[in-house]
Design a protein around this ligand. Structure first.
Ligand code: MG
Length: 394
């Protein structure tokens, strides 16, 4: 048997950004199952202090961080009440700092949206292993992220289920032999809706995802297929494949989590029951596999596995994502910023479902183009694009 040097490695210390969200809590399920392999150095959340305190009580991290500084007092009080002994930090700067601490081995980047960019950059610069769930980071600044990861030898391991499937299919393969990436999509709750029906759907309708349990922002992105557009961009950066070689397939059963077609015609896929704990665990344990009691896909129980072409007419966001990549520069950052604005507006009832794509498309037309953006250019682009998108909603 080939020995694996990682088997005897010491316990991995995790910094979990977005610990109270869907990916964060499922990451903690894995820590709970494997306390001899993983421990929590830092827990960071945006605003959910009650849940954060509960997690701190159980996992006893060295640092607890809250992004929203106005909640620092309340968080400190609650942590004192449970006799928490570690450090309590607040604000975006402290999250950007905690990821660089010498004890941290792996940063689980599971914050929502653009806010994940800065701490991920800092973690990469510190040479940390990144378990990346925050796809917006690669959508906004994929080129900078990949250059930095190479320069600082920081491995980026995908947590997104599709990208984990692609990553698993590529183990032992030469990336120059990829012919095509086959990226699957469930199609979301409106897969079979007509344009007429889609005009009047509400956030409550969109939040009923058929297969996956996720946070509110990503569930709306899934319903509008912006999530899949982002995943095309994410795959391009993670695997170094041009977007023309990334084919989206609507696969409503969510059993084939994605596949790779090679130059000899072979297709390798990863299949399984839809459960995010598997890709999270694989990102933490790679190159090993750890035993789990996650649900198994029963192939006998599956009546059929179907694959359809995505309909860009009903789901224009997917086309907008390809267009953003073709234009390049800061346009994917514009796409993301406009989407964050309309996604929130839709959840608050200030924007119609189909109107979301119109606002994003218009913002992409109106935004100033920068061919080779720096980090500061991305920050400025994000602010400007949000303003442009907001103007169209008022
Ligand atoms: Mg996904």
């Amino acid at each position: 048997m080939v020995s694996n040097e990682l088997t005897n490695e010491r316990v991995k210390e995790l910094a979990i950004l977005g610990s109270t969200g869907s990916i964060g809590t499922q990451t903690l399920d894995i820590v709970r199952a494997y306390p001899d392999r993983y421990s929590v150095y830092a827990l960071c959340a945006h605003r959910s202090i009650d849940k954060l305190v509960e997690q701190a009580k159980e996992f006893k991290p060295e640092v607890v961080c809250i992004a929203d500084e106005s909640l620092y007092g309340a968080l400190s009080d609650q942590l004192s009440a449970i006799s928490y002994q570690g450090k309590v930090w607040a604000g975006a700067d402290s999250i950007a700092e905690v990821v660089t601490m010498p004890s941290v081995d792996v940063v689980v980047a599971a914050m929502v949206g653009y806010a994940g960019l800065r701490p991920t950059i800092e973690a990469i610069k510190a040479g940390k292993t990144i378990a990346l769930a925050n796809k917006e980071t690669l959508v906004v600044a994929g080129e900078i992220i990949c250059d930095l990861a190479l320069q600082h030898h920081a491995p980026i391991l995908p947590v997104d289920s599709e990208h984990s499937a692609i990553f698993q299919s590529l183990v032992g393969e030469d990336r120059s032999e990829i012919e095509k990436i086959l990226l699957t999509a469930s199609g979301g709750p409106f897969r079979t809706f007509s344009l007429e029906q889609m005009k009047t759907v509400t956030a409550a309708d969109a939040l009923k995802h058929p297969n996956w349990e996720m946070g509110a922002k990503i569930t709306i992105d899934s319903a509008s297929m912006m999530n899949k557009g982002f995943e095309v961009i994410e795959a391009k950066w993670l695997f170094g494949v041009p977007v023309e070689k990334i084919q989206v397939l609507v696969h409503p059963q969510s059993i084939v989590h994605s596949a790779v077609q090679f130059t000899d015609g072979a297709i390798k896929a990863q299949l399984g029951a839809p459960d995010m704990r598997l890709p999270i665990q694989y990102a933490l344990s790679f190159p090993e596999r750890l035993a789990s009691d996650f649900p198994r896909a029963d192939l006998f129980a599956l009546k059929d596995l179907t694959f359809e072409q995505p309909d860009l007419n009903r789901f224009p966001n997917l086309g907008l994502a390809y267009e953003a990549m073709r234009r390049g520069g800061n346009i994917p950052c514009v796409l993301n910023a406009a989407n964050e604005v309309v996604n929130l507006a839709f959840r608050e009832g200030r924007c119609g479902f189909l109107q979301m794509s119109d606002v994003i498309a218009q913002t992409m037309v109106k935004a100033a183009f920068i061919a080779k953006p720096t980090y500061e250019d991305y920050v400025a682009t994000d602010t400007a694009a949000r303003r442009l998108a907001e103007q169209q909603l008022s």
